[in-house]
Design a protein around this ligand. Structure first.
Ligand code: NAD
Length: 438
């Protein structure tokens, strides 16, 4: 019987190592078909899951309560499993070099409990070579087993998009790869249980690793181009969104928009690729230029806010500025690597302490990571400037009357920055508004 068949019959179990935005939804999806152990070394997070609480909001509390996933912070449970999926974070260090310590740490732990006949699939986003050159030696050393003989490995990058209710695990094609044909078949079969839109069998593990890292690099570069255009068009007093809408009528014009690039994927993954390229003697031209532009956008936006205040004869020091939205993307509680913090910090440099409101965000996390305490919407009144930084649904519903209420009624002109262009600019015309968008 193949491992796939043994999983289906309940004779063997699958484990998830790392139960975050990526790992937890996969665990829950697999648990509808087979026996699953969900292991995370964060005992507090595991306790939440056990209580039926989904802090990521990816599947919701009801699905967590119903799931048969055996949540645990005890790594010994991994011994009971034969098919392992590793979905731990892959951040960068302050100097933008890859921080592989979570992937290495998870491999050390898993290696200790790995048994003969197992398959280990990494899902974490990495540069080509990490699975075979870094993880496999750790697994071998810890387990005393030989890769290719006693256990096999594969790689299957994750494409889910937190907060996105359309592109889900069951609606997107999943790339799978394995160290040999037989392993690839097993991995493809197992993933077909949850990747209902189908699997794509990549030619090798390194190809699959590279595919993921370039998907996000391509996005990063395209957004950087839009951000550069936005800076150019502001100098020309042309509205970028209107230009893009016009250009978008051409059949092969790519539909990208300017914006802040935060989070732990698009703003991070390109550094994994450029790090490896650098190690091999190639210094990236395009990828790193894009990164620099995107990394500087928060500062650019804050400076633009200050210029708008000055242009409207509003004192900059101690100006009352509200930032609506703090997460790294819309309709998602995640504030890690948010670039809104760059706007906030830059405004502090000008003597402005912004009021920050984000009804979607994980406020404990924001306080822990940035020392920022959110205000409620009631605090957004008598403002000198309002910056809608994140396109949360709740903000999108605002009408001009709602926006007007945020401002100091004494101001002849309201400095209103709609970074993502979620409102109709015709509703915010001069002289009542000084409307600005990227
Ligand atoms: N979140 C996304 O949008 C997304 C999308 C596609 C790919 N990815 C990639 O997927 C990977 C995971 O991302 P995520 O957003 O789920 O991260 P996350 O931080 O939400 O979750 C990772 C989990 O792994 C746990 N963990 C870390 N080290 C561990 C260890 N040694 N043993 C056990 N558990 C450990 C953490 O406690 C955490 O709960 C990353 O490589 C990321 O780049 C993320």
């Amino acid at each position: 019987m193949s491992l796939y068949e043994k999983l289906l019959s309940g004779e063997e179990k699958l484990s998830l190592v790392g139960l975050g935005y990526v790992g937890m939804p996969i665990a829950v999806a697999y648990a509808k078909k087979i026996k699953v152990v969900g292991y995370d070394f964060n005992a507090a997070k595991v306790d939440l899951y056990k209580k039926g609480i989904d802090p990521t909001r990816e599947v919701g509390d009801a699905a967590i309560k119903e799931t048969s996933v055996e949540f645990t912070a005890d790594p010994e449970k991994l011994k009971e499993c034969k098919f392992h999926v590793v979905a731990v974070p892959t951040p960068v260090n302050d100097d933008h070099t890859p921080d592989l310590s979570p992937v290495e740490g998870a491999s050390h732990t898993l290696g200790k409990y790995l048994t003969k006949g197992s398959i280990v699939v990494y899902e974490s986003t990495v540069y080509p070579g990490v699975t075979e050159d870094i993880c496999v030696p750790i697994l071998e050393k810890e387990s005393g087993l030989k890769c290719g003989v006693d256990f096999k490995v594969g790689y299957s990058p994750e494409r889910i998009n937190p907060g996105d209710k359309v592109h889900r695990l069951d609606t997107i094609t999943k790339i799978v790869s394995g160290m040999d044909e037989e392993t690839l078949e097993e991995i493809a079969n197992v993933y077909s249980l949850v990747a209902l839109a189908g699997v794509y069998k990549a030619q090798s593990i390194k190809v699959a690793e590279a595919a993921k890292v370039i998907e996000n690099s391509q996005r990063d570069i395209n957004i950087a181009f839009m951000n550069e255009l936005s800076m150019i068009f502001h100098k020309m007093d042309i509205d970028t969104k209107s230009v893009l809408e016009a250009a978008g009528t051409k059949w092969n014009f790519l539909n990208f928009r300017p914006g802040l690039v935060g989070g732990h994927c698009i703003g991070v993954d390109p550094y994994y690729l450029t790090y490896k390229a650098e190690e091999l003697g190639y210094h990236s031209q395009i990828i790193l230029s894009g990164r620099r532009i995107n990394d500087d956008m928060g500062k650019y936006i804050a400076e633009s806010a200050v210029k708008r205040l000055i242009a409207n004869d509003i004192a900059v020091k101690n100006a009352k500025v509200a930032i609506l939205g703090f997460t790294f993307k819309e309709n998602c509680p995640d504030t890690r690597n948010t670039k809104v913090i760059d706007i906030y910090n830059e405004l502090l440099e000008y003597g402005i302490t912004p009021v920050v409101v984000d009804p979607e965000a994980d406020s404990d996390e924001a306080e822990r990571l940035y020392g920022i305490e959110f205000d409620t919407l009631d605090a957004v009144k008598d403002m000198d400037a309002v910056i809608v930084a994140v396109a949360h649904k709740e903000f999108e519903n605002y009408k001009p009357a709602d926006i007007t209420k945020f401002f100091n009624p004494a101001h002849a002109t309201k400095v209103f920055m709609d970074l993502k262009g979620i409102y109709d600019m015709n509703d915010y015309k001069a002289p009542e508004f000084d409307y600005w968008r990227l």
